[in-house]
Unconditional design. Structure first.
Length: 180
């Protein structure tokens, strides 16, 4: 599956209030604790890939994210599977993978106009909004570009544009902040 995603650093208040006023459906709040792994064979930070175990309200999921397909969004192939987080961590460590970092956040999730909208409060980084649309593996470039454009058109309402899009992952931001 392709995850067409745009992330911006912005206060939640205005966008959330507007969405609720326009009929957005609240899906819930999640406490997400992510542990990212790197490979002994190739450095995922150099190949633009990600392998993570996410614990959400006590339930585990493993995710592989492939390379981003453009420079203005975070669109990439993504594969997820439910997993026992503690056991999966031990399996990956036994196979030689190693922990590269962790990200903890609280996400309020809404759906509106076929968008999944996450209002993220990320530990040590602040507030972000992520807008996502899932597309099938056989989605073509025109379909992906059309959905990316639709997300940016939505963000224009709040004075945001492509220049505000952040393609850096939360993990990269957390690691950069730890360096300084």
């Amino acid at each position: 599956m392709y995850e067409v995603e745009v992330k911006v650093k912005v206060s939640h208040a205005e966008i959330k209030q507007d969405l609720i006023g326009n009929g957005a459906e609240f899906l819930g709040t999640e406490e997400q604790n992510d542990i990212y792994f790197n490979s002994p064979e190739r450095d995922f930070s150099k190949t633009d890939e990600a392998l993570r175990i996410r614990s959400v309200n006590g339930k585990g999921e493993i995710t592989y994210k492939g390379k981003k397909i453009d420079t203005v969004s975070k669109t990439r192939p993504e594969y997820n599977s439910l997993a026992d987080a503690a056991e999966m961590k031990e399996i990956l460590l036994a196979l030689g993978y190693f922990v590269s970092g962790a990200v903890n956040k609280r996400r309020e999730i809404y759906t509106w106009n076929n968008f999944i909208i996450g209002f993220d409060s990320v530990e040590s980084l602040g507030e972000f909004v992520e807008i996502e649309i899932g597309l099938s593996d056989d989605a073509g470039k025109p379909e992906i570009q059309a959905e990316t454009s639709r997300i940016f058109k939505f963000l224009e309402k709040y004075g945001l544009s492509e220049k505000d899009s952040i393609t850096t992952s939360y993990l990269e931001m957390v690691l950069e902040k730890q360096k300084s």
